[in-house]
Design a protein around this ligand. Structure first.
Ligand code: ZN
Length: 231
């Protein structure tokens, strides 16, 4: 696995994913998150403690990571990733962990991955179910999987999420970071059912009519409108 890795989101997925990446020997990592630590979700964000409430999440996570892994260089940016900055951020990194909580942002990161060639490890957790997939240039991307961003999908904060599921999926993201897809145009969607404790793998193929994978200018929906990525 090559450095540096960009971890977008320093919450329920970003905390366990960054821990597992550091344990795997990553030496340089960038954490990006606009938010401050909130006392209501400390149970699934192990880098953040009660004393950190109100601090920027990226500062809190960097402090704990550097304390646990003295050889690790952690850079932070307290801001949101959007269509104006995604491409530049991706191009400065070897791999991206999607640890965000929001459908539109996940599609933006998927588009940016196909556009720039920087792999992104997608994951989503809702209540007891987790999904994860590695996205690379050549696809498949999230638009191959879902075609368009699903509407009215609640965020983790709205629907609730089991803390241990976030930990499990963040660790799985770090594992997927180590292994490129074996075949261009084919990826495995990892589906984890936290109720039955079953793990499934579903083959996802690049869609022949996927605009992003076919090299058309990527777009992301924001407020219901298509917004083109900055290039
Ligand atoms: Zn696609």
């Amino acid at each position: 696995m090559s450095d540096p890795v960009l971890v977008i989101g320093a919450g329920g997925l970003g905390c366990p994913a960054s821990l597992a990446l550091a344990q795997a020997g990553i030496r340089a990592m960038t954490l990006v998150d606009p938010d401050v630590v909130d006392g209501s979700n400390l149970h699934r964000q192990p880098w953040h403690h009660a004393a950190d409430v109100g601090r920027p999440k990226v500062d809190s996570a960097r402090q704990k990571l550097e304390r646990a892994f003295p050889g690790l260089v952690v850079t932070t940016e307290q801001r949101a990733v959007d269509a104006s900055n995604a491409q530049a951020l991706f191009e400065r990194h070897a791999l991206v962990i999607d640890a965000t909580d929001g459908v539109d942002t996940k599609f933006l990161l998927s588009d940016a991955s196909v556009l720039t060639g920087t792999p992104v490890i997608y994951a989503g957790v809702l209540r007891f179910e987790g999904l994860a997939m590695r996205i690379e240039r050549g696809g498949p991307c999230l638009r191959c999987l879902f075609e368009t961003p699903p509407v009215d999908v609640p965020t983790c904060a709205q629907a609730g999420v089991l803390g241990s599921m976030a930990g499990l999926m963040g660790g799985l993201q770090a594992r997927l970071a180590r292994t490129p897809n074996a075949t261009e145009g084919l990826a495995m969607l990892h589906v984890v059912d936290g109720h039955s404790l079953t793990f499934r793998q579903v083959k996802v193929r690049r869609r022949a009519d996927c605009r992003t994978c076919n090299g058309e200018r990527p777009v992301v929906l924001r407020d219901g409108r298509p917004v083109e990525c900055a290039t």
